[in-house]
Design a protein around this ligand. Structure first.
Ligand code: DHB
Length: 304
């Protein structure tokens, strides 16, 4: 069975893409994930200047996923281009998507241009970091600013632009604006704003107090977002949020996703996660007598 998906003129084989923020600091770690069967890679979210990120603790393990407030730590675009070039030379046939964050349109343009110049096939706009003040979260919640950022980035790079949206507010409305501004795909969804409190110390656990919740626990939220966005836009949707098994991946496709991003699942199932999920997808499809993903994508919308 051929499990591949053509999205944005790129072939993802299988339609599983490394989500931003996990194993994506170096060319070596991203190459390793590709060797383990990932069909595409999103880089770490990169900004203009190097950033150290938030104080520890930055990650809390929960029963149903992870809570993190890294604070967008990254080496800055000048330094990261070395990793990108190296990655491009190592994984020739696997699409590379450069993730960028900024607080204004000019910086987004500069970052997107550098990503493309140094080997990225497409750019993902992180419009929705759940807690870094002045970045992300405020962009997707300011529809005018989001429109400007997407429009200007699209005009400056002649490559696909993906808008990664938060699962807050009216996501279908945001997705419609993103589509009208020129986005080529919607990534649905970023982490959910959340927190953890330690009873004994009477205080929030994360150094930043508030962070982003990812993993199994947010799958129903991600599914709902993909489902609503599918009814609103005509551009492809890349599902993200708690995809852990082949069944999860196929459920997201039924809701309308053309491909999936994997992040937190890797923490629970290891670096071999893409191979495991691909095998599970194939055997479930075989059992149901399905041979093509086109028979699945969006099909949950027909039964009402
Ligand atoms: C961070 C950024 C994100 O976009 C997110 O979803 C969660 C955490 C961060 O760097 O802290």
């Amino acid at each position: 069975m051929e499990l591949n998906s053509e999205v944005l003129g790129l072939t993802f084989q299988p339609p599983l893409i490394l989500a931003s923020g996990i194993l994506d600091q170096t060319a070596e770690s991203m190459e390793r994930v590709v060797q383990e069967g990932m069909g595409g890679v999103v880089t770490k979210s990169i900004g203009i200047e190097p950033r150290e990120g938030h104080p520890n603790p930055t990650v809390v393990e929960l029963e149903t996923g992870l809570l993190n407030a890294m604070g967008l730590p990254n080496p800055g675009i000048e330094c990261y281009t070395k990793e990108l070039k190296e990655l491009k030379s190592r994984v020739k046939d696997t699409p590379i998507i450069g993730s960028v964050f900024a607080s204004n349109t000019e910086d987004f343009i500069l970052l997107a241009e550098k990503m493309i110049l140094n080997g990225a096939d497409a750019v993902e706009l992180n419009l929705s970091c759940p807690h870094a003040e002045g970045y992300g979260a405020s962009i997707a919640s300011d529809l005018e600013l989001m429109d400007e950022v997407i429009h200007e980035v699209k005009n400056s790079i002649n490559r696909p632009v993906l808008a990664k949206l938060p699962p807050s507010g009216e996501i279908d409305e945001k997705a419609k604006v993103a589509e009208e501004s020129g986005a080529d795909a919607i990534v649905c969804v970023n982490t959910v704003r959340a927190m953890a409190i330690n009873f004994e110390t009477r205080s929030p656990i994360l150094g930043n107090r508030i962070g982003g919740y990812s993993g199994k626990g947010i799958k129903p939220i991600g599914l709902r977002c993909v489902y609503e966005v599918y009814e609103t836009v005509d551009i492809p949707i890349i599902g993200c949020g708690g995809v852990t098994t082949g069944r999860d991946a196929l459920e997201y496709m039924l809701a309308g996703a053309s491909a999936l991003q994997l992040g937190t699942a890797i923490k629970y199932r290891g670096v071999e996660t893409p191979k495991k999920i691909t095998d599970e997808m194939a055997s479930l499809m075989k059992k149901e007598d399905l041979s093509n993903l086109k028979e699945i994508i969006g099909k949950a919308h027909q039964l009402r």
